[in-house]
Design a binder for this molecule. Structure first.
Ligand code: F6P
Length: 324
């Protein structure tokens, strides 16, 4: 019986458990034995291997976080620790490693596969959706829905107090969450790193709207552009407003947790089963990608050093619909 192992690495994202479940159950259905590795690369180095049965993944499809736990493990950047990880995989007779991770984790996955000729399959997850080579990453849909849910509550205060409100969302250096949450929330201004607005345009847009009699303005800003607090200070100063007029809120980690949406559960299940199928076809050193509605495998290295951009048409749509 062949053995495979699965780990989750990097920031948690809703849908990780759904993907673990899919790998474990598809694995057993195809005659494989499945092992879980705790705490990502940390557990791979420190030999935290645990045998998983299909029953062990009961009741986790709808749970946020990851039952396998996760970490960001800087030691994996060193060859000596990757070698130790490889030796552990050999010790447990593992024939293939499934890594559910983001950009950083994929680099480690690639090196492990290349240096030791070890079969590795990477599955993209991150609420940021910024992995190049796939249209979708597990967790993104839930993160947007959480952001939209939170923004709609903030909008009530924005409207009732006739304020300018700045909401900061996550995304690291990318604007996918902000752009999608902004469009879905009817934000008046959405600021993303991929489409920089000079400050004077932001000021002009606000002034014009206020002159037209608009009383409240909602701004969604990606953390990769500027922090909400800093933007609030600048706008108060530049527009001559006080603290009561311009408030801000940072959504933070609520975007990373929670029960995955139906879409994330479906995508995570698809990714997991497809990954096992591809492994059985001997597709190694690959990432699973979802492009134009289709699941594919791609060479893992295509994702490195490239920036995935959101569809900037959404900025036009947002602009046409906002600030009324
Ligand atoms: O990559 C997901 C993400 O939540 C980013 O949006 C954010 O910048 C980062 O992780 C925060 O990471 P940490 O868990 O190290 O605080």
């Amino acid at each position: 019986m062949k053995r495979i192992a699965v780990l989750t690495s990097g920031g948690d994202a809703p849908g990780l458990n759904a993907c673990i479940r899919a790998i474990v159950r598809a694995g057993y259905n195809f005659g494989l034995e499945v092992w879980g590795i705790k705490r990502g690369y940390k557990g791979l180095i420190e030999e935290e291997f645990t045998l998983m049965s299909p029953r062990d993944v009961s009741g986790i499809l709808d749970k946020g976080g990851t039952i396998l736990l996760t970490s960001r493990e800087p030691r994996f950047e060193k060859y000596s620790f990757r070698k130790r990880a490889y030796q552990n995989l050999k010790k447990y007779d593992i024939d293939g490693l499934f890594i559910i991770g983001g950009n950083g984790s994929f680099q480690g996955a690639y090196l492990l596969a290349k240096e030791f000729n070890f079969p590795v399959i990477a599955i993209p997850k991150t609420i940021d959706n910024d992995t190049y080579g796939t249209d979708y990453t597990i967790g993104f849909d839930t993160a947007i829905n959480t952001a939209v849910w939170a923004i709609s509550k903030i909008r009530d205060t924005t409207y009732s107090h006739e304020r300018i409100f700045i909401v900061e969302v996550m995304g690291r250096k990318s604007g996918f969450i902000a752009l999608h949450a902004g469009l879905a929330s009817g934000a008046d201004i959405t600021l993303i790193p991929e489409y920089p607005y000079p400050l004077y345009i932001i000021k002009e847009s606000i002034k014009k709207a206020l002159d037209r009699g608009k009383k409240s303005i909602l701004i969604v800003v990606a953390e990769g552009v500027i922090h909400a607090r800093e933007l609030a200070l600048i706008l108060r100063e530049e527009l001559g407003f006080n603290e009561d007029d311009i408030r801000y809120s940072v959504l933070g980690y609520i975007q990373r947790g929670g029960s995955p949406t139906a879409f994330d559960r479906i995508m995570a299940s698809r990714f997991g089963v497809f990954a096992v199928e591809e492994f059985l076809k001997r597709k190694y050193k690959v990432m699973i990608s979802y492009e134009k509605g289709e699941l594919k495998t791609k060479p893992l290295e295509i994702t490195f050093g490239k920036i995935k951009k959101p569809n900037l048409r959404d900025i036009d749509f947002n602009n046409l619909l906002s600030l009324w």
